[in-house]
Design a protein around this ligand. Structure first.
Ligand SMILES: NC(=O)c1ccc[n+]([C@@H]2O[C@H](COP(=O)([O-])OP(=O)(O)OC[C@H]3O[C@@H](n4cnc5c(N)ncnc54)[C@H](OP(=O)(O)O)[C@@H]3O)[C@@H](O)[C@H]2O)c1
Length: 257
């Protein structure tokens, strides 16, 4: 049975995907931000392949988290799901980064670099990534006035570009790497007014993680409800992908390639 690591599995889409995959008999490694938040996993944890702890806004904790995952063993798939949205301020982290960048971009980048390479990688994007196109010059929001929606959109463009940068024609030809837009769904992040279907919101990433369907064993896709969609052109641009991975290597001190 495949072993899958899901970041941010205490709530929302991550927790729903974990429950569904475990219900199908898969080995799932769960993740909570803190030991206190791990209490939210008390129902799933006894049947999980492990529970790892770490706050993704901290580079040190994110590195430690990668170590915890590697000690459990090699994952067949990793779903980079954890995220924050609409932070009211830059909310500078202990490492000096904008929190949205740290959690949504730097953490998945670091985990991608530091976790033993799985067969499949899935990154939670958003339709809002289309609004994130532009320059990477002020990626960490040190010069611009804070714009929470723009910062979120940019972070989702980053992970979409990262997913596509790892694909067949590019750096890691042996890994299936995809990005997923779950739709606007009623989670803590999406809010009660969300019009999307929560179940449809987690089905695609769970399917991409484990299915042997020909349609699911592809790389370089941007998906919505198991259908491939066109991502923002910048996400597909090799020059932008290279600039992004260079910037993330400089910001984290860890080279991916
Ligand atoms: N919901 C939507 O409508 C929607 C739409 C498009 C894309 N997405 C994307 O889908 C993914 C999941 O969203 P969701 O709606 O399920 O959100 P959610 O209900 O708010 O859950 C987010 C998960 O990430 C964890 N997390 C947040 N910050 C963290 C940190 N610093 N360290 C460790 N874990 C952290 C949360 O932990 P706690 O439980 O401790 O807070 C929680 O487990 C996100 O990447 C989001 O951007 C969601």
């Amino acid at each position: 049975m495949p072993r899958i690591f899901i970041t941010g599995s205490t709530d929302g889409l991550g927790r729903a995907a974990a429950g569904a995959l475990m219900g199908e008999g898969h080995d799932v490694v769960l993740h909570a931000r803190t030991r206190e938040r791990a209490a939210a996993l008390s129902d799933l944890a006894p049947n999980a392949a492990g529970v790892v702890i770490g706050d993704l806004s901290s580079a040190a904790e994110t590195r430690d988290l990668a170590g915890q995952v590697n000690r459990i063993g090699r994952m067949d798939a990793v779903i980079h799901n954890a995220g924050v949205c609409l932070e009211p301020s830059r909310a500078t982290t202990a490492d000096g980064h904008a929190k949205t960048l740290a959690v949504n971009t730097l953490a998945p980048y670091l985990l991608t670099a530091l976790i033993r390479r799985p067969d499949r990688l899935i990154y939670l994007s958003s339709g809002l990534h289309h609004g994130g196109a532009g320059s990477l010059r002020d990626i960490d929001w040190t010069g611009r006035p804070w714009d929470a929606a723009r910062a979120y959109s940019e972070s989702k463009l980053h992970v979409t570009a990262l997913a596509l940068a790892l694909t067949l024609a590019r750096a890691w030809p042996d890994v299936l790497s995809n990005a997923v837009d779950p739709g606007w769904v009623p989670t803590k992040m999406g809010g009660p007014g969300a019009t999307g279907d929560l179940q449809m919101g987690y089905r695609t990433q769970a399917w991409l993680a484990v299915s042997t369907d020909v349609a699911a064993t592809v790389s370089g896709g941007y998906w919505y409800h198991r259908q491939r969609q066109a991502p923002a052109s910048q996400a597909r641009d090799p020059a932008f992908q290279d600039q992004l991975t260079d910037r993330l290597a400089a910001l984290t001190g860890v080279a991916l390639f």
